[in-house]
Design a binder for this molecule. Structure first.
Ligand code: APR
Ligand code: PHB
Length: 395
């Protein structure tokens, strides 16, 4: 078997890359370890920057997102028991973010891929990458007990944080930067109307962080900061709703509609970057190269911007016979990644209760938040990072 670009992983990065390359006439095959249902069953974030929305439209999967996505003009910050709005739209010359779940993005991309008749090998076992330091890279895998080899021009490592692409790079060729936070997020999904249907609410309280988000006008997504030693089973629905209410302002606490939860899970928070993102003819994109804590809602959007740079680089290579795009991919992608890492780390630090900073730390956070909501300059910094920095950033 042969293709131009072999893509490892059918998450948002791999699927979006495959679709953009197909639109440009570049042949690609995706190799995925799991089944489509397993991939769709992972509940992840759901806030799209405008550049991500534009790319999904370009990939041909705009219509359902445009019909069902909910546009947000502002975000809200709760601290010291009071809620404040940041007018993101007004502070960024009209930019917005769109609430549309990653599961839906993934489903739309999978549907578009099968409608175009493109090959995705699901449930591939023992996937391995070879010879990416030569002009003839190869991917090997097993499917239904048989061995296969896929020859290609390039390998795109879109296989997430635990994938094999980054792990296949020789020691010494890669540098990893990491920060692990001393708490997790307990997230629930419930078919109840969101308490704040037109803004995401981020809460700082002496009891810890909270977040009110949504998947649609009838499906809510809520989170509370919790110790990493907690288990989701420790949290009854009632305990979750009571804790969430106790971290919000009295108005939201009273208006919140509770109900049975469809899903409850605890996720750790981590910042991680691997440099560089190119190794000969293999390129990393999305979670394979970097992780942000979810506080800034940047994970999916960074995956999309990597794919934008990488798809443009491959298109330039095939259409113009120029290696300029692939030679600068890592540098361009990392310039944007580090800025999103900074924003996500800063917002995480500002909004969470840390075990070692005590009452003084809490007062510092409140002072910064107070400043932030009362200063146009400080609010603008938050707003322009939240809607997403431009794609053509210098380093
Ligand atoms: N072989 C083939 N596929 C693999 C392998 C492997 N060895 N290892 C992992 N995969 C697959 C996973 O099963 C998964 O479907 O790669 C895919 C990676 O998808 P994601 O983890 O969703 O990563 P990515 O596509 O980069 O999407 C980034 O996901 O985690 C969120 O916040 C993140 O929203 C962001 C988005
Ligand atoms: C979500 O809807 O899951 C979500 C929203 C905003 C975030 C993180 C997660 O910052």
């Amino acid at each position: 078997m042969r293709t131009q670009v072999a893509i490892i992983g059918a998450g948002p990065s791999g699927l979006l890359l495959g679709q953009l390359l197909h639109k440009a006439g570049i042949d690609n095959i995706i190799i995925e370890r799991q089944s489509p249902d397993y991939v769709l069953g992972r509940i992840r974030a759901g806030i799209l920057e405008q550049t991500t929305v534009d790319m999904l439209r370009e990939a041909g999967v705009g219509p359902r997102m445009d019909a069902e996505g909910v546009v947000h003009h502002s975000i809200e910050l709760v601290f010291s028991g009071v809620r404040h709005a940041i007018d993101v739209h007004g502070l960024t010359n009209g930019k917005v973010v769109t609430a549309y779940g990653q599961t839906e993005v993934t489903r739309d991309l999978m549907d578009a891929r099968s409608a175009a008749g493109l090959t995705t090998v699901y449930q591939a076992a023992d996937v391995s990458v070879h010879d990416f330091d030569s002009e003839h890279p190869k991917v090997r895998y097993q499917k239904d007990g048989q061995n296969f080899e896929l020859e290609c021009d390039f390998i795109a490592g879109c296989d997430g944080f635990h994938g094999i692409c980054r792990a296949s790079v020789p020691d010494g060729a890669i540098t990893e930067y990491e920060k692990v936070y001393p708490f997790g997020w307990l997230g629930v999904l419930a078919d109840v109307p969101p308490v704040s249907p037109h803004a995401i609410v981020y809460g700082n309280s002496e009891r810890g962080f909270s977040l009110c988000s949504m998947r649609s006008l009838t499906r809510s997504r809520y989170y509370v900061q919790c110790p990493l030693t907690d288990k989701a089973e420790d949290w009854s629905d009632q305990r979750f709703w009571d804790e969430l209410r106790s971290r919000l302002d009295p108005d939201l606490a009273e208006r919140i509609v509770t109900g049975p939860t469809l899903e409850k899970s605890i996720a750790p928070l981590r910042s991680f970057v691997a440099e560089p993102m190119r190794f000969g003819r293999m390129f990393l994109a999305g979670d394979a190269a970097h992780i942000v804590p979810p506080t800034g809602a940047k994970g999916l959007n960074l995956a999309a911007s990597d794919v934008k740079y990488l798809s443009s680089a491959f298109i330039e290579f095939y259409a113009e016979k120029s290696a300029a795009g692939i030679d600068t991919y890592s540098q361009r992608a990392l310039a944007r990644i580090w800025k999103a890492e900074r924003f996500s780390w800063w917002l995480t630090t500002l909004m969470h209760k840390f075990p070692d900073t005590g009452a003084f730390g809490q007062r510092m956070q409140e002072a910064e938040l107070e400043y932030l909501v009362n200063s146009t300059a400080a609010s603008t910094v938050v707003a322009e990072n939240y809607v997403g920095l431009p794609l053509n950033l210098g380093r």
